[in-house]
Design a protein. Sequence first.
Length: 1213
Amino acid sequence: MLNSRWQVATLVMITILVICVGSYKIGLEDWGNSAIAASSEKVKVGVYNNPPKVFMDDTGEAKGFFPELLSEIIEKGNWTLEYVSCHWRECLKQVEAGKLDLMLDVAASPEREERFAFNQEIRLLIATVLGSAITIIILVRKQNKRLRKELEKRQQIENDLRNSEEELKRLIQNVPGGLLRYVIEKDGSHKIPYRSPVVNDIWEFSNNESVDAFWECLHPDDVMEMRESVIESAQSLQPWSQEWRIITPSGKMKWLQATGNPQKEEDGTVFFYTIIIDVTEKKFLEKALQESQEQLQNLTNAIPGAVYQHQVNPEGEEKILFMSEGIKNLFGISPQEMMDNPEVRWKVMSPEARSRIQLSASYSLTTLSPWRDEFEIHLENGENKWIKGEAIPEKMDDGSVVFNGIITDITAQKWQESLLITQQEILEDLAKGKELPKILTELMRLIEQQSQGLTSSFLIVQDGYLYNEGESNLPLGYQEQTNGFFIQEGVGSCGTAVTCGELVISKEIATDPLWEGIKEIPLHYNLQACWSMPILSSTEEVLGTFAVYADTPRSPSFSELHLMEIASKLAKLAIEQKQQEEALQKQAEQEKLLGKVTQEIRQSLDLEAVLNTTVQEVREFLRVDRVIVYNLTENTGKVIAEAVEASWQSLHRKTINDPCLQNIESGNIFSANYPHVIFDVDLDSIAPCSAEMLRGYEVRANLVLPIFQDNEKWGFLIAQQCSAPRQWQQEEVKFLEDLSKQVGIAIQQAQLYQETQNELLKREELATQLRHKAMHDGLTQLPNRSLLMDRLQHTFQRYHRYNMAESSQFALLFLDLNGFKLINDTLGHDAGDQLLIIVADRLRDCLRAMDTVSRLGGDEFVVVLEGITGEKDAIEIANRIQEAFAVPTYICGQKVHPSTSIGIVMAHPDYVYPEEMLRDADIAMYEAKKNNLKYAVFRSSMQTIVAEQLQLENDLREALEKQQLVLYYQPIVDLRSKKIKGLEALMRWKHPDHGIIQPDDFLPIAEKADLLEKMESWGLKEACSQFQAWQKEFRFLKQAAIHFNISLNYFHQNNVVQDVKQILEDFSWTNHSLKLEITEMILMDQEEMAQAILGELEALGVGICLDDFGIGYSSLSYLSQFPIHDLKINNSLIMDLDQGEIGKKNRQIVKAIGNLCNSLKVRAIAEGVETQDQSLILNFYGYDTGQGNYYCHPLPAEKMTAFLKELPADFGC
């Protein structure tokens, strides 16, 4: 069966009417003679019933045109006629073999008469035979010539027929599908009289299956539709075409497609010549194509923007071949509308944009180069968007050009670019130190310009209230009513944002519960919505809030929220910068005041005068209403000094009795041994009895600092705010805490002066304390090294005395704190001291009464465990210690997780001296630390560590003898002129095997081996000698100085001043040609001694440079307390100056330090300058000098000489 896309092959079958007579092996004449001779014989005639040649009826009798004709002839010839029934081909074989005399080829019928109407010769022959034949001999004679011609003609026809059959076979084999003849009889029965082999292959049939088998293979869902289509086509005789599914005997499902033309015979029979094609693969491909197209559509719809195909033919006509759904979101135009009318896209663009796009597209069309453009569109809803278009042109075979492209919305990007410019301008304002209100005003204008109907304000948190900052566009009446708003959770958007620390959105003030009771205020000024974003500091503290008001009830858009977030972050930088500047200024003022009070205290023994002066200056400095000194007795106390603002009642000389004083658990303010802070008496959680007492004295905020005398609580230094609550700042608490210590000293001095009669007793007590201090650590009160070694010696002797019995078994635990230096450097040495005290307390709690815990020094502790049974017990106690350490603690307001590494060594007969056990415990501890273990038990293999350390120590001693220590020099330069202001001498170890070793790797070993002072003494003399030689050779170094670092030990040795004096005499230096660099540790260790030594050095003309400023404690008071000429900024503050966000905080710190140094006339030197940007930033901040690899790497003397020679001769300082 063929469909409409296939040409229908019409097979024309021509039937030729002949009479097949005699045998193919004899001629007509022979046949005629035989017939005459056999005129009285029986004539055998072959008949068959092979459609369409039918010569018999249903009963098997010969019937038809030629049998009737033959009967007439036989009657005239006196023959006997016998019909033999056989198959057509069998009949031919019998005629050929001579078994049959005649064979009828075609039977006559009305239908066939019509078919033979075209052959008048045959019809005439038939008429002649019927009309004139008398005998078979006459017939034969008359037709002899005719039959010969007919026979020849028949042979030709048979040859043609065979050729046609071969062509038909080839045609059937090459038809794309199977051929089938389907018949519907007049009684309604169906049959398939013919089907080609391809049909059988499709159905997986042989050639014997009935028509029912075909229908049984139909897919159940297609049976009804299939039957209806066949019946309908048979009835209407309209061409039939159908697709359906079959399930073959093997279980395969196939899709088939067929077409055919129905024909109806006179008796009502309808037959179809049909071509059937297996389209299963095609169906699968169509399905895959459809799925692929759906995926493509989904993909293009998911792309942020619109994907399109735009065709331009050679005549310039445009056509949009494809447009994804994204165009609707971009242009507000549907894809179909865009494809139907490409011109519609221009209606959302300005004429200028259209002209520019057409020009760029024309260039791309001509050159086939990629097209890119950015343009603005204006939608009907008033929205404006920025669009980016990109496309790749492709030349088609027909001469047209197809653009494959994508268009995207870049409005946010454009907006972000504009925002970045504004941000940069604000950051530049911050760097220039622009005032906070002006910066905040710029930020408010930023969001107000981006969106219509918005106004904003910045509110800063201060003492529990919110205050306006900057010039807000809010109505003045609203600003006046809300300025100084008391912060409460659940009251207003801003108050709630501050208390919860999160964004609060009130999209409709009139109905929002947060505004209940106060909503009339904003609504009166047509403020319908409020969105408040808290401004969080770097430590997550709420600094204030950024409030945006809308004149219609609504929520903020994503871009508005994003803009608020950016504005809040910039505001945070500005506020923190101001706070840092204020904090630095306040810190300097605090330290100045503390120094003044300290000096007065130490110079006077008049306690009352000292205290009165102190409280007055503190009140004025802190701007509080009242400051008192309160002397505590058993159950009460008295105010012995007071400074009070005139409008508040005086408490001087009054006895104050806290009702809670008898009950410590009730939370009275005088029971704690640490600062007691109350921000608001009415809101803070304090004991009712104490709150009532404070209210009675008109106190709203209270800050209590204990005063100790000889570690005993003597009383309190108290600051009070009476007019309003107050948020006490941490630096204020620290200031009063330091001051309370000085007051304690003053009280102690006064009492010592007043109680001279008890001098002998006190001396005896002092002697006891000294003896205790001699055997105990002054900070933790644990046994020190001396007491430890004494007890360890006794334990060691007992162990050997009892022959190492189990009862005398003991172990040493060597503990070293992890990260202790980091805590010292970041939180300060006071914090480190607090941590050591906490560690000591936890160790006491972990151990038994028989055990000894001692502080060996620094952050090292040793535990002696007695009465244990073996290593298992020692490990168990080590684990117990680790568990105690795992509990975090708070120091200086910071959460600290202390940890330790433990080395364990068990007593063993091989140990002769206690020091050996201590050494091995130390080795085990370092093994634990190195491998990040909680503890390690000593094993003999660990002794290689000791050997390595001893080897390095021996090598270092040999290095001193063989002059393996060398000095490298690095210039200190003027940042503007790049001229040399000085050289710093840096020590290196030129090891014969390991090469150059840096100071960090050998100075600790030198200190431990007591070689450091000797090395520094040599280095100082060598540096000065080399520098004097350079000064003689290079004139521009006359005003420069040589810098040399000295350690704590060398500084405090008795002959340091003598060494320096001798050097100055040797080199005849009177100016500041020599500058000694010291660290803050030297100043903190023994302040009075440091003051004296530095005074002597200054008198000699030696400059003092404070090194590594900016790490650790970094007290600004040293700059005024000690004779400091130069201050070196640690490279940790310099290295990130040019690193964007990372360096912002450091830039502000460096700037503030530089300003402070300028005001104090101390030269600031930036250390560790590595890049040009860092140098430019420092120069911008007013720094004169710097040092670092950017200018010159450290060089040995000979290379430094070559470097100096390359400089101009007039390269003066």
